[in-house]
Ligand binder design. Structure first.
Ligand code: ZN
Length: 457
């Protein structure tokens, strides 16, 4: 059994929209009250209040004569989920504190920030009826498949049409109602049988990929298992980086300026804010869609996918002491590598394939040659040229090749870059070193950032 999410769009009537907004409002009040209670108890009596304590208080509030109308009409488990989310916000706050990161205390929520309601088990205040395939007639294997769309019943709101389609039918476990950009969605957690989420595989290639910003990914593909390093058996391909951010930068800056010029919380400010978030949501959907198509195409062809483990956090850290505006972290975040590799990983596993990550710190794919010699490269260095064995190739191609060889266990032992006291490499004369240094200092620098500066990592 595997868990899967399926998201549908909700179509409430105008009176149902008011009821949904009312529910969100009550949940917002609950969140803020619960947060205040925790803060108060600690400040006045050094007491920490647990999730269980707050659930007990919730039961009392729901019985209170004055508050009953507003609170008791809503689903109780759903309110408990809001309290549980607060508990999670606090435990992550303490975790960050322990690790010495910026702690970020849980915040009071405005109506704008309260965008979702959680619901527990199916049948507890909500029920989803998907339309069935072939009018509910079982297929040749006795399965009843889900068709498109369906109906959702929600306590206090009524029946609503939902549109969408789950890739696989399953046991409905829990759901979440979301309000984003003036649209309503419902997202179900489904427990699916392994056989229902399986994907077809067309080829059994071995693929190693190097992620980057110049090209989104560079692949080294072998159609059969390799026992010795052999370049003739490897095919190199790349996939273009769509650069969602870069291609729409002007528009997004204009929209941000529109928001900042208007008076905060005014009607015109809200209008501009809505326009901006609609634009950003559309860009995010495009990225998401592209990633799904790309990962599905990869999963359909490979029996094993290997890549280096990425440390996204350190890659996207913004150096505060650099004066020049550094947009590299934006370029990295724009490719959303974490989300991309997550999609590849689960899709590869759905075909019965293997997803392998190489240890980046030891292997250093972008700094290693196929002979095992390691040498540090600057980010702008796009060509790999080995001083030890003479092998030459593109930087990303070499990195993908190194991961591919590593995945077969046929990479020669790694030779670490050795430096003598002056930071010089063996065989390099001090004079030569000096000229390289002075060259880079004396040459006038090109202030227009070239695309190569956003080179692969
Ligand atoms: Zn070499």
């Amino acid at each position: 059994m595997q868990n899967r999410k399926a998201t549908y769009q909700l179509y409430p009537s105008s009176s149902q929209v008011l009821k949904l907004q009312d529910q969100l409002h009550t949940h917002q009040q609950l969140w803020n009250a619960a947060l205040e209670e925790r803060i108060d108890a600690w400040q006045k009596n050094k007491l920490s209040i647990s999730y269980e304590d707050q659930c007990k208080s919730l039961t009392i509030i729901r019985k209170d004569n004055e508050l009953k109308d507003q609170w008791a009409s809503l689903n109780c488990s759903s309110q408990q989920i809001t309290l549980y989310r607060l508990k999670k916000a606090f435990s992550s706050f303490f975790k960050r504190l322990k690790r010495g990161e910026t702690p970020g205390f849980p915040r009071f929520k405005s109506q704008r920030r309260m965008t979702s309601l959680g619901f527990k088990s199916h049948g507890d205040g909500w029920k989803f009826k998907p339309n069935l395939k072939n009018n509910g007639k079982p297929d040749d294997f006795g399965n009843i498949g889900w068709g498109r769309h369906g109906t959702l019943y929600l306590q206090g709101v009524g029946h609503m049409a939902v549109r969408g389609q789950a890739r696989a039918a399953g046991i409905i476990k829990s759901c979440e109602v979301l309000h984003q950009n003036n649209k309503w969605f419902v997202s179900f957690t489904l427990e699916c049988a392994d056989i229902d989420v399986q994907r077809q595989r067309k080829r059994d290639d071995y693929i190693a990929a190097d992620w980057g910003v110049t090209d989104l990914m560079t692949f080294a593909t072998a159609s059969h298992a390799l026992t010795t390093p052999s370049l003739n058996d490897v095919v190199f391909t790349t996939t273009e980086n769509p650069r969602w951010y870069k291609t729409t930068e002007d528009q997004s800056i204009a929209l941000a300026q529109k928001v900042s010029r208007r008076k905060k919380f005014s009607k015109r400010w809200k209008k501009a804010q809505d326009e901006k978030s609609r634009f950003e949501a559309k860009r995010a959907r495009k990225r998401h869609d592209h990633q799904h198509k790309l990962s599905a195409a990869i999963a359909a062809t490979c029996i094993r996918f290997s890549t280096e483990k990425l440390d996204i956090k350190s890659m996207t850290a913004v150096k505060k002491d650099t004066h020049k505006e550094n947009t590299f972290h934006r370029e990295v975040l724009d490719t959303a590598p974490g989300a991309l590799f997550q999609k590849i990983a689960y899709k590869v596993s759905e075909t019965g394939g293997q997803y392998v990550t190489a240890p980046t710190k030891e292997l250093k794919p972008s700094q290693t040659c196929i002979c095992g010699q390691q040498k540090k490269k600057a980010r702008s260095e796009r060509w790999h040229r080995c001083g030890a064995c003479g092998f030459e190739a593109g930087r990303d191609e070499t990195a993908a090749l190194i991961v591919l060889y590593w995945s077969f266990g046929i990479l020669p032992p790694l030779k670490k870059e050795t430096k003598n006291k002056n930071g010089q490499e063996p065989g390099e004369s001090p004079n030569r070193r000096k000229t390289i240094l002075s060259d880079s200092v004396l040459k006038p620098r090109n202030h227009q950032p070239s695309s190569s500066e956003f080179g692969g990592v």
